[in-house]
Design a protein around this ligand. Structure first.
Ligand code: CO8
Length: 258
């Protein structure tokens, strides 16, 4: 299907999804969120794709949910549509790894979308924030929950209560982003990282993603048990034999996702 608010480019095992509403700084409206979810699901189902990158423009990853679209809504509208919950659930169900490559503004729903991905690579120009407080609302897609887990209560309160922006440098120092790269090299660096992931056993990558995500949903002892069971199950795979044999034979492993 042709998309109007995003561009999708699948090349060499990597799906690059670019948010594309330049006139609104990639604000997340109903159409964009639906198209994004559909593109992620298609990439997840595409056997060729082994890693997904979500990005925006130089100026904005996304400047939040679309304020023009939301401004006239009442409780009944947002409650009934439940769009933000639907988008969150659909993104969370994607099993392949998703890298958010963030340049410029990642605000409100934009910051939350980046956090819903598996990890964030930021350009040195990136600015993160939860400025919903200035609009008379609070975050609605994880800004009070995921952000708190990433950066701790103090910084999360600061961001959510003042609406101030965090620089890429502060975001890396605080654990919100995994690495900061020069803005001009953002897509190149994100693609290199995606390529590295794409070379692994996809089955093992999916298992690792599942195990890390489990740490957010359960107790430490349950999480450790889940991790151990998945670890044990890896010994039933051909890729475990190949990975360990290749190490001992001092050669590159040839994984077959089996
Ligand atoms: N929604 C709609 N339009 C937007 C948005 C937005 N969030 N952000 C920017 N735009 C539009 C502007 O209205 C403007 O359009 P026009 O040219 O037609 O007037 C155009 O984009 C360019 O913006 P600016 O002229 O304001 O550009 P500046 O460089 O001066 O400022 C800023 C950039 C600082 C990013 C500024 O645009 C801004 O503050 N934007 C709003 C940021 C914000 O408050 N975000 C939070 C939104 S609420 C939210 O996200 C709730 C999340 C709930 C869950 C979401 C699930 C998806």
């Amino acid at each position: 299907m042709a998309f109007e608010t995003i561009n999708v480019d699948v090349d060499d095992h990597i799906a690059l999804i670019r948010l594309n509403r330049p006139d609104a700084l990639n604000a997340l409206n109903t159409q964009l969120l639906k198209e994004l979810c559909q593109a992620l699901e298609e990439a997840d189902a595409n056997e060729k794709v082994r890693c997904i990158i979500v990005t925006g423009s130089d100026k904005a990853f996304a400047a939040g949910a679309d304020i023009k679209e939301m401004s006239g809504m009442g409780f009944g509208d947002v409650f009934t549509i439940n769009l933000f919950a639907d988008a969150n659930d659909r993104i969370t169900k994607i099993r392949k790894p998703i890298i958010a490559a963030v340049s410029g503004y990642a605000l409100g729903g934009g910051c939350e979308l980046a956090m819903a991905c598996d990890f964030i690579i930021a350009a040195d120009t990136a600015k993160f924030g939860q400025p919903e407080i200035n609009l008379g609302v609070i975050a609605g897609l994880g800004g009070t929950q995921r952000l708190t887990r990433f950066v701790g209560k103090s910084k999360s309160m600061d961001m959510n209560l003042t609406g101030r922006f965090m620089t890429a440098e502060e975001a890396e120092r605080s654990g919100l982003v995994s690495r900061v790269v020069p803005a001009k090299k953002l897509i190149e660096e994100a693609t290199n990282v995606a390529q590295k992931i794409a070379e692994k056993s996809m089955m093992t990558v999916m298992a690792a993603k599942e195990a890390v995500n489990r740490s957010y949903e359960t107790t430490l002892s349950e999480g450790l048990l889940f991790e151990r069971r998945v670890f044990h199950s890896m010994f039933a795979t051909e890729d475990q034999k190949e990975g360990m044999t290749a190490f001992l034979e001092k050669r590159q492993a040839q994984f077959r996702d089996k």
